[in-house]
Design a protein around this ligand. Structure first.
Ligand code: ADP
Ligand code: MG
Length: 444
């Protein structure tokens, strides 16, 4: 790792510890750095980020940089699709706010999300292929392109990558990325200021509109109506609409039928959870991007143990890196195991019958001993049945084993408890709620 990267990683680690994760991810993580003749250049995506860094973090960054022997620190913005424009002015003067020469449409895209660094695999094959086609022929291929799937599986990355590619091919394209929550609040603001004309004008004149996490429109009638108009205007004039959502269109709660049916006009594709090899490839790629030395063994180790989604993989990579950064050692299998110890222990923790009995007893405020007792009053029998049913669902124990663990009861008693709970979960809302709450407590 060269000097500048290790210095920058060091700075990032400091900030990571000092500011909330969300802020870190928004402001510090996306910054790029460069070194030239002892001069450190920090490159922000846009003026807004630049100002924010200048106001809050610059003094600290500069202090650390000087300690490391940098003679000068400057802050610049990045020109989209070009090398950063560097105006060599020190921070003591007004920091230059460099503007791109030809002002592109303010698309709100994160330049780090590209098609190139989106790893392909079975889980996203179709979505990726569709994305490439749409990026090459916006408005022509599939309209709308509707991408859905669970959290952290790359939806935002993929739709922004389409936007970045469209802008790369045609810098004048009017491409807009908007998170559904932002769109909702824009509608509210537009309402307050009665400025629907300019709102419409803006949205209806786009070449590509991307709406992320559209499930947030659920139940928001006015927003849906406004979006319905924008959607129609755009699709009718062959402008591209791209939507990301956490669920299949029909499963979005509180979404109007006319929108749901329109979502199906183009192509609806899923992104799924990546398989092992794909997780390894993603990790190695992320590490490369962040200039982290990560060998394949370690990548396999992390990917084998972290299976849920890509964001969690990234979190694990960060931990592994922070741990060795802290110790000033390279990342090895051993250091990776050590740094993920807590995380893995948590995942592998076996939930025991004793644990279930105690949790259920606490929940219903009865004594743990009542789990084994022969008393049959309902206030004791119900929690006992609940605990038995949970034991059957959560552990891999057999019915006789569970019977034994509950004061030597017969396996038919356990079976009866399980059936009873099943029935009650259907007929009694309170029992269902208790059951779900307990399940959650036990698995957290
Ligand atoms: P979602 O929007 O589906 O919740 P994101 O697009 O925010 O997920 O993805 C979470 C993180 O995982 C991002 O940093 C993204 O770059 C990364 N990621 C997800 N899928 C891939 C992939 N196939 N290749 C590379 N990075 C990926
Ligand atoms: Mg997302």
């Amino acid at each position: 790792m060269n000097k500048i990267m290790s210095f920058w990683n060091h700075i990032k680690n400091q900030f990571r510890q000092e500011i909330p994760e969300q802020q870190f991810a928004t402001w510090i993580e996306p910054l790029l750095v460069n070194e030239d003749n002892g001069q450190l250049t920090i490159i922000a995506n846009n003026r807004f980020v630049l100002q924010w860094i200048k106001d809050r973090f610059f003094v600290k960054i500069e202090e650390l940089a000087k300690k490391e022997g940098f003679t000068e620190v400057i802050l610049v913005t990045q020109r989209i699709n070009a090398k950063p424009t560097i105006n060599s002015v020190t921070h003591n003067q007004n920091i230059p706010l460099t503007e791109p020469q030809q002002t592109p449409y303010p698309s709100k895209l994160n330049p780090q999300f590209t098609l190139d660094n989106f790893i392909a695999g079975k889980a996203n094959q179709l979505a990726r292929a569709a994305a490439i086609q749409v990026a090459e022929n916006p408005g022509q291929a599939y309209n709308p392109l509707f991408i859905y799937g669970g959290v952290g599986l790359g939806k935002t990355h993929l739709i922004q990558a389409i936007g970045n590619e469209v802008v790369r091919r045609n810098p004048k394209a009017r491409v807009k990325y908007v998170h559904a929550e932002k769109y909702v609040s824009d509608v509210v603001r537009t309402y307050q200021h009665k400025s629907f004309d300019s709102f419409k004008k803006e949205y209806h004149s786009l070449d590509v509109l991307m709406v992320d996490d559209i499930q947030f429109f659920g139940g928001k009638t006015r927003t849906q109506e406004e979006f319905f108009f924008a959607f129609n205007a755009l699709v009718e004039s062959h402008k591209q609409v791209i939507i990301a959502c956490d669920s299949f269109p029909r499963e979005i709660m509180g979404m109007e039928e006319r929108l749901i049916s329109r979502f199906g006009w183009g192509l609806t594709v899923a992104v799924e959870a990546p398989e092992l090899e794909m997780r390894v490839a993603i990790l190695i790629n992320k590490a490369k991007q962040q200039h982290i030395d990560l060998n394949e063994d370690v990548a396999f180790f992390i990917a084998k143990h972290i299976r849920s989604h890509v964001r969690e993989l990234e979190g694990a990579l960060k931990r592994v890196q922070a741990y060795s950064g802290f110790k000033n050692e390279p990342i090895t299998l051993l250091s990776a195991k050590e740094s993920l110890k807590d995380l893995l222990a948590l995942k592998h923790r076996q939930i025991s019958v004793e644990n279930i009995q105690k949790t259920v007893a606490d929940y219903y405020k009865i004594k743990v001993a009542d789990m084994f007792s022969k008393k049959r009053t309902r206030s004791l029998a119900r929690p006992r049945q609940m605990a038995m049913a949970l034991a059957k669902d959560i552990t891999s124990l057999s019915l006789p084993d569970i019977g034994d663990a509950f004061g030597g009861r017969d396996h038919t008693t356990v079976l009866h408890a399980c059936r009873k709970m099943q029935e009650l979960c259907i007929s009694d809302q309170t029992i269902l709620r208790d059951y779900q709450a307990l399940q959650q407590i036990l698995s957290s």
